[in-house]
Design a protein around this ligand. Structure first.
Ligand code: NAD
Length: 276
């Protein structure tokens, strides 16, 4: 089958036309791709991010695509999340889509994981998402419904060494999303998550761009390439849209098949003593 031209950016369906959206961690990486995709589908977007410099650069990039506003926000502070939602309602009329995407990540062996490092990770990745989901749901209930999509990770169920704090935060996030989905379905609010595998962003460049480890990791990915932020944004845009109207409490894995099993390349070596 002929490959699609992945550089084409025009022609997305106008699935989010007239909607107000907030994207946390939207100043770069996956969040920036989500903000761009929602704008391209017609939403008006508030980008909420901790990093003032990255936020400014993102707004410059996104402004030609539609109506966009920026709020400096730390998701671990509830009042910052509320402020971002207020801007969305006041500037764009309603909060219809909330992408809870902001997170931090680092790798530390369990036995070297300090209490401080553990708490910081949980504060941002899990308590931050709790603030976002709860405040977004309160606003959406007032507005008659909406769609919340959280960025989890394959680490929620398929862990790697040295990620106890990160993996636990993402596993907790998935449980939070599922619980929210069953409590909020009757309010017209859907709550879903995406689980990206290895996406080429600043969080992962130490591995994806490593001349030795990069190609070695790639062999484990059945799809044969790393994800781009746009791959995840497409899944978020689908879950946010009415096309996913009957989908809630779902974890949509976007990992090129890596967590499904071992690809052929990794099984080509014959087992010891086996005839080929
Ligand atoms: P990134 O570092 O490129 O972007 C994250 C953004 O979040 C940054 O702009 C940062 O300033 C912002 N941020 C960090 N802490 C914040 C806070 N407390 N409040 C508000 N904003 C904050 O990272 P990314 O790779 O784009 O990751 C985005 C999401 O995807 C995260 O939830 C991450 O866990 C998840 N994820 C990433 C990968 C990957 O391979 N890159 C894989 C699985 C899941």
């Amino acid at each position: 089958m002929a490959r699609e031209d992945r550089t084409v950016t025009a022609g997305f369906p106008a699935r989010q036309r007239g909607r107000g959206a907030v994207v946390t961690g939207g100043a770069q990486g996956i969040g920036l791709a989500i903000a761009r995709r929602l704008l391209e589908e017609g939403a008006r977007v508030v980008v909420a991010d901790l990093d003032q410099g990255a936020l400014k650069r993102a707004l410059d990039e996104l402004a030609p695509l539609g109506e966009v506003a920026g709020v400096r926000a730390d998701v671990s502070r509830r009042e910052d999340v509320i402020a971002a939602i207020d801007v969305c309602r006041e500037r764009f009329g309603s909060l219809d889509v909330f992408a809870s995407n902001a997170a931090t990540a680092d790798m530390l062996p369990l036995l070297e994981l300090s209490e401080e490092a553990w708490r910081r990770m949980i504060d941002i990745n899990l308590t931050g998402a709790f603030h976002c989901i709860q405040e977004a749901a309160r606003e959406m209930r007032r507005g008659g419904g909406g769609s919340i999509v959280a960025t989890a990770s394959t680490n929620a169920f398929w862990v790697e060494a040295n990620t106890a704090h990160y993996s636990a935060s993402k596993a907790g996030l998935v449980a939070l999303v599922k619980t929210a989905a069953i409590e909020l379905g009757g309010e017209g609010i859907r709550v879903n998550a995406v689980a990206p595998g290895m996406v080429r962003t600043r969080l992962t460049r130490f591995l994806t761009d490593d001349p030795v480890e990069g190609p070695r990791y790639l062999e484990r990915i059945p799809r044969g390439r790393y994800a781009e932020p746009e791959d995840v944004a497409a899944a978020v845009a689908y879950l946010a849209s009415d096309e996913a109207d009957y989908v809630t409490g779902e974890l949509l894995v976007v990992d090129g098949g890596v967590s499904v099993g071992v690809p052929l390349a990794a099984t080509e070596e014959p087992l010891p003593g086996a005839e080929r």
